[in-house]
Design a protein around this ligand. Structure first.
Ligand SMILES: Nc1nc2c(c(=O)[nH]1)N[C@H]1C(S)=C(S)[C@@H](COP(=O)(O)OP(=O)(O)OC[C@H]3O[C@@H](n4cnc5c(=O)[nH]c(N)nc54)[C@H](O)[C@@H]3O)O[C@H]1N2
Ligand SMILES: Nc1nc2c(c(=O)[nH]1)N[C@H]1C(S)=C(S)[C@@H](COP(=O)(O)OP(=O)(O)OC[C@H]3O[C@@H](n4cnc5c(=O)[nH]c(N)nc54)[C@H](O)[C@@H]3O)O[C@H]1N2
Ligand code: SF4
Ligand SMILES: [Mo]
Length: 748
């Protein structure tokens, strides 16, 4: 591969360009942003010269300017007076002083385990999240580390970790070459894709159909993606593992398996699948036996095929088993690691550092003894750890880019728990439902003042690609988010954090020195390029990566600076067995931890479905909880309604609103009757519930917190992941509530 590398010094000096990767979802679209002399965004367009996104943009990306300059966002540190509850702005030095003092007091009295960290979703999209959150986590020295991952994709990571030896070695459908795609619990026409980095996912699906391919969607709702599909099948929420086992069973029964990778455990999988014949899973899934058999035959017969499952199947009671069976199917049909099948990306910074095979449960949580996964405990037990007295009780919490009151199961309980903390710090751009409990809020700068590189998402890309964006607007005299996290890490350890101390440079220097030492390249420190120590770290990662200058290739930071639209690193390539980190260096088809959980699945095979179950959904113009303060995004259909089949409205005698009750809580919601959802299932989007928000637009479009209804006492067993789909609920008629959906006027 050959990259242009003209004038190094010249390109380094060109710090201000107008091209940037969109940080708002996993599609990593290239954007072309116009900024006026006062640093205001005047337009945002798709970058047509980006070789991966080719000019694609969605309504959220187009609103990046509004979001970036939201008048309600925080621009200075905020400190809350505990006695009066009043907020005031503060200087950075004062904020860090207070943090160092109060943190030392709590940890001094109760010990290190009394401090917890919660990391939200945007950390997957920021340089600060990728490079400095680990520094903060290490500084805390606590096992109470939580993140949105256990309300999201942890089942996929646990399944991949056990099968391939590394939880980041996750196969993605080779979208641009596959002939057949079986998609479960994903709606990329609204979400733009997840754990499958694919800008213009809709266009890629249409291209699949144009080249004669076929795609089938399994979803309890007829989504926009389902409407585009060649076939859509309704499925009872939470039952995907049964469907997939039925398909596995059929492949064995009909002699249709064609394993092409080195794998252990085939006999164990065959034995486990024996209990799940298509006839047995039909009642549980709502998918007829003959359809299960047909799906198996189609998958086996397709020249190439990929099975892909996402959030609808992860945030469910058998999330990990489902994710496992997805890749069991990819292996059994001969599609793992071959073009057109399910493949592993080769990310430019993504060298696999893991030397030991992945394990779960190296320690357990204090209260419920839930196993750790990837160094984290389930967010579904954070409230338990705060509310349950005893040694190791959580008394101090740091949240970074998260809103768990709206995003974690039993959100209302977590809301109560946060109010009990002795000290809380939030790094966040808003005063919101979670950060209102903080003592100190440290706001990141504008997005356009931050650099961008997708360390995580490019490991799941459907085409190998890299792009680096420098900040478009200078920081001025405020700290960037990387510096905030580095200073926070210093402050919580009682180290110098302000004044002349520069914890950011110190941290980077240490990481660079140890990494180069390990690689035997210590003497090449002087070669690292970059305007600051963060860029030097990125340069180092690129040089050491699979295309890197120090690994026989040509890639380094300069190449990316010279190619601001991004560079095409080619289609996905077979990576096995090299990418495997299992002890056996083979694919483990039947890890013990997963086979053990099959008993739980089997025990529930004959369960009768509850009368009504709740699932979630995503909306094109929302992003979890934090984009409801942009007027152009919350207009029209982007509202918090409960989708329900008209037959259920009649059957239950409902009117315009209903009282929805679960084991965890009760909500009153407006109904949106639609044939697009199967009978017996209702859907409420998450991320709403802003009635008391400090953000004016969001408050006027408040909606309700779906996670009042979800239940943190029920988690997926192997991964500890939250269960948002298939929650049993009852519905009764209700008059329209007064507060929901009408602007709330607040006395000031
Ligand atoms: N019922 C139900 N619940 C769900 C889900 C579901 O499908 N159904 N989905 C789950 C999933 S997949 C996820 S990922 C989680 C998300 O869970 P969270 O990550 O906890 O929630 P978000 O709403 O994404 O909150 C992001 C926060 O980051 C802040 N923020 C935005 N940009 C930045 C930045 O650059 N820096 C900093 N420091 N802060 C920033 C925002 O103001 C906001 O407070 O929700 C989960 N919850
Ligand atoms: N516009 C927009 N884009 C987003 C986000 C957003 O909030 N808005 N959030 C981002 C985040 S954090 C994530 S993780 C990704 C998620 O991206 P996706 O995984 O594509 O998420 P959804 O669009 O929620 O699609 C999940 C689908 O699962 C279905 N479903 C629910 N329960 C079940 C079940 O038991 N079985 C099956 N088979 N299907 C089920 C739902 O009806 C829904 O259509 O999206 C990201 N992109
Ligand atoms: S699809 Fe995602 S990455 Fe692309 S413009 Fe929209 S929000 Fe940004
Ligand atoms: Mo997510």
């Amino acid at each position: 591969m050959c990259f242009r590398s003209p004038d190094r010094a010249g390109a380094l000096a060109m710090a201000r360009n107008l091209l940037r990767t969109c940080p708002l979802c996993e599609a990593v679209c290239g954007l072309e942003i116009s900024i006026d002399p006062d640093d205001h965004v005047t337009s945002v367009r798709g970058d047509k010269a980006d070789p991966f996104s080719n000019g694609f943009i969605c309504p959220k990306g187009a609103s990046l300017g509004h979001l970036d300059e939201d008048p309600d966002r925080l621009t200075e540190p905020m400190i809350r007076d505990r006695a009066t509850g009043a907020w005031r702005t503060a200087g950075w030095a004062e904020a860090f002083e207070l943090i160092a003092e109060r943190f030392a007091a709590v940890v001094g009295e109760y010990g290190k385990q009394s401090a917890a960290l919660y990391l939200g979703n945007p950390n997957a999209h920021t340089v600060a999240g990728a490079l400095y959150v680990p520094v903060l986590a290490r500084a805390l020295g606590s096992r109470n580390i939580y993140s949105a991952s256990t309300a999201d994709q942890m089942p996929k990571q646990v399944a991949s970790g056990l099968m391939f030896g590394d939880p980041l070695t996750v196969p993605v459908p080779d979208l641009d070459r596959t002939d057949y795609l079986l998609m479960l619990g994903a709606n990329p026409l609204e979400s733009n894709g997840s754990l499958c980095t694919a800008p213009d996912f809709p266009g890629r699906l249409k291209a699949l159909q144009r080249r004669g391919g076929r795609f089938v969607v399994i979803d309890p709702r007829r989504t926009r993606t389902a409407k585009l599909a060649d076939e859509h099948l309704f499925i009872r929420p939470g039952s995907d593992a049964y469907l997939l086992f039925g398909i596995v069973h059929t492949l064995f029964a009909e002699g249709l398996t064609d394993v092409r990778v080195e794998a252990n455990g085939l006999d164990e999988v065959r034995a486990a699948a024996a209990d799940f014949p298509p006839e047995a899973v039909a009642a549980r899934t709502g998918i007829p036996a003959e359809t299960v058999v047909r799906l198996a035959r189609e998958l086996a017969a397709a020249p190439t095929a990929a099975v892909y499952a996402r959030i609808g199947t992860c945030t469910a009671e058998f999330g990990t088993l489902t994710q496992w069976l997805v890749d069991v199917l990819n292996v059994l049909t001969g599609n793992l690691d071959r073009p057109g099948g399910a493949m592993f990306a080769t990310a430019a910074t993504g060298g696999i550092a893991r030397s030991k095979p992945f394990r779960v449960g190296r320690w357990t949580s204090r209260v419920r003894e839930l196993p750790e996964a990837m160094g984290e405990l389930p967010v579904g037990t954070l409230a338990d750890e705060i509310l349950t007295p005893g040694e190791g009780q959580v008394r101090a919490l740091i949240t970074v880019a998260g809103n768990p009151v709206l995003s974690a199961p039993s959100g209302a309980r977590l809301d109560t728990a946060c109010a009990e903390l002795e000290f809380m710090i939030s790094v966040d751009r808003y005063l919101n439902e979670t950060t209102r409990h903080a003592d100190v809020i440290l706001p990141p700068p504008r997005t356009l003042q931050s650099p961008h590189y997708d360390f995580a998402l490019l490991q799941f890309a459907v085409h190998n690609y890299a792009r680096y964006s420098r900040p478009l607007i200078p920081l001025g005299d405020r700290p960037g988010e990387s510096e905030i996290l580095a200073r926070l890490a210093a402050a919580v350890q009682g180290q110098p954090h302000s004044g002349t101390a520069n914890p950011l440079a110190m941290v980077d220097e240490l990481i660079i020195a140890t990494t180069l030492q390990k690689a035997g390249l210590a003497q090449r420190r002087g070669e690292l390029l970059g305007a600051d120590s963060t860029e030097q770290r990125i340069d180092m990662m690129l040089r050491l990566g699979p295309y890197g200058e120090w690994a026989g290739g040509e890639l380094n930071l300069q190449v990316l600076l010279d190619n601001p639209h991004g560079i095409d690193l080619g289609p996905l390539r077979p990576r096995l067995p090299g990418a495997l980190r299992t002890e056996s260096r083979r694919v483990e088809l039947a890890p013990r931890e997963l086979l053990d959980d099959v008993a739980r699945l089997l025990a529930r095979l004959a369960d009768t479905a509850p009368d009504v179950v709740l699932i979630g959904r995503r909306q094109l113009r929302s992003n979890n909880s934090w984009m409801h303060n942009v007027a152009t995004l919350v207009s029209g259909s982007n509202t918090c309604t409960l989708q329900i089949n008209p037959a259920d409205v009649d059957r239950l005698g409902l009117g315009g609103h209903a009282v929805v009750k679960s084991a965890a809580g009760t909500l009153t919601v407006p109904l949106e009757p639609t044939e697009a959802i199967m009978p017996g299932v209702v859907s409420l989007p998450h991320g709403w519930g802003h009635a008391d928000s400090a953000q004016a637009v969001a408050r006027a479009h408040a909606g309700v917190n779906a996670n009042v209804l979800t239940d943190d006492s029920v988690l997926d067993v192997p991964s500890g992941n939250a269960v948002f789909n298939g929650v049993p609920v009852t519905l009764t008629p209700a008059p329209p509530p007064l507060r929901v959906f009408s602007p709330v006027v607040r006395a000031s």
